[in-house]
Design a binder for this molecule. Structure first.
Ligand code: GLY
Ligand code: MN
Length: 463
């Protein structure tokens, strides 16, 4: 947890931005796996963490802007809980750590909200993503639970996005702690990338590193030799010599900030010439993206520059043809690079995605591009100092997509389908770094996970 002054300041900044109303910030509850007492690993809601920092379930935060008070609604544990869980701090003591003096039992919450509604106060909340908080907000506001997300407050979303997008120094330290764990995870995975090793063994080993160094993984680990499937969570295969293993994995710091790195490793320790050609193009796209990441630049333009690097590299080896700028403008590169360059990262690995990507990644100036591939870009707007983003270009040979495009005759003037067919079975390559936008440019967060092909080969080979 940060200092209580941090949370007091953040709530004050929110007050200034919103001006009026009652803000409801539900914390998360425990979530049962197979029966009520056997729960998933608890993860607090990120908005609640940002404004209150408390990591316990069943808490509800309220910020009353007009009456100028903040309160935590939660119940103290009773003797039965103490027997099973041991003594716990009181809600009052916990709340004091977040700079809050007003606490009350959860049963008092409906009355407070009802009074606010009756007095005509605007009620603000962000769109709930868990059913129990959806039900709670519905019960408190009287809005049907199925409609509650439509009534989320755009003013609140915009205010919080403007605060959370710019990371404070203490947040950057947390992200760097997550990056340090992520570094260990990726180097460990490289060392284990040997023929005959089961993907699951490596995934489990690196998730153990995430748990022993911090709060676990920041998202379910992607680790596969079938990397043409972008988010492949199937870890059931034995690694085969000569295949490429994609590892897209990150850690959560103890303060719940994320890291998110991707590396692609030759199983057995040697890239084939064909693999290295593609690898070098993805690395060039990653380096291009980093060199262009700077305040004032639109991230959409960085994405498109990375797409041009990919298209021009693929043209050099005969997989694409024609004018590179025209190919990217037409979206032809998306056969090989069918996703966005990157996203914001912070408390969430895709930071603030629960608020709606349009509000986080875009604004009046920069709107999403509705074209296959680039439409998946989560962040397009102008970068500002303090933004933390990931850059994660990739090249993939996806059989179903290749079949579909070729059958439909898409972008024939830009794609050499005959040659592309010879890459089926190649898999995919993605290289992802975490980047802080600074006052003058950008810096990589954490030590750079080994990325040059010869560095990666040396680690797989135990050198
Ligand atoms: N690294 C997983 C993702 O960004 O979706
Ligand atoms: Mn990512």
């Amino acid at each position: 947890m940060f200092t209580k002054e941090t949370y007091i300041r953040r709530r004050e900044q929110l007050r200034q931005k919103l001006g009026t109303g009652l803000v409801l910030i539900p914390g998360n509850q425990e979530s049962p796996m197979n029966y009520p007492e056997n729960t998933y690993h608890f993860r607090q809601d990120s908005t609640f963490l940002y404004f209150f920092g408390l990591q316990l379930p069943n808490m509800f935060g309220v910020i009353d802007i007009d009456e100028n008070f903040d309160a935590i609604f939660a119940d103290d544990i009773d003797i039965e809980d103490i027997i099973w869980m041991g003594p716990q701090p009181s809600v009052q003591d916990l709340a004091a750590g977040a700079g809050i003096s007003m606490t009350a039992p959860r049963e008092n919450l409906p009355g407070v909200v009802e009074t606010a509604i009756k007095s005509g106060k605007r009620i603000h909340f962000t769109p709930p993503y868990r059913t129990d908080n959806q039900m709670w907000l519905s019960m408190l506001t009287g809005i049907k639970s199925g409609k509650i997300r439509q009534y989320a407050s755009l003013e609140l979303i915009r205010a919080i996005v403007s605060l959370r997008s710019v990371k404070e120094e203490a947040e950057i330290e947390e992200i760097e702690a997550a990056c340090a764990i992520g570094y260990e995870m990726h180097v460990a995975a490289m060392k284990l990338a040997q023929p005959g090793v089961k993907e699951q063994e490596i995934a489990g080993f690196i998730e153990g590193i995430a748990l022993s160094g911090g709060a676990g993984t920041s998202f379910p680990t992607i680790l596969t030799q079938n990397g043409e499937t972008l988010h492949n969570h199937n870890h059931s295969f034995l690694l085969e010599k000569g295949r490429l293993m994609i590892v897209d994995a990150g850690a959560s710091s103890n303060g719940h900030y994320a890291s998110d790195f991707t590396r692609t490793v030759p199983v057995g320790g040697k890239f084939s010439p064909k693999q290295k050609e593609i690898y070098d193009i993805v690395l060039a796209a990653n380096n291009t993206a980093f060199s262009l990441t700077a305040p004032g630049v639109t991230y959409q333009s960085v994405h498109l520059a990375a797409a041009r690097t990919i298209a021009s590299g693929l043209k050099e080896i005969g997989l694409m043809k024609g004018d590179v700028d025209e190919a990217v403008a037409a979206g032809a590169h998306a056969l090989f690079f069918p996703h966005g360059l990157g996203h914001m990262m912070g408390l969430d690995v895709h930071d603030m995605e629960d608020y709606g990507q349009i509000h986080v990644g875009y604004d009046e100036e920069i709107r999403p591009i509705d074209q296959f591939g680039t439409a998946y870009l989560r962040l397009g707007r102008r970068l500002q100092p303090g933004f933390v983003i990931t850059n994660e270009p990739g090249i993939y040979f996806i059989p179903a997509l290749l079949d579909k495009w070729e059958k439909e005759g898409l972008h024939r003037q830009f794609i050499n389908y005959k040659k592309a067919r010879t890459y089926l079975g190649f898999g995919g390559i993605r290289l992802e770094d975490d980047v802080l936008v600074t006052a003058t440019g950008a810096r990589l967060l954490g030590d750079r996970v080994p990325i040059k092909p010869e560095e990666v080969e040396a680690i797989v080979n135990g050198r």
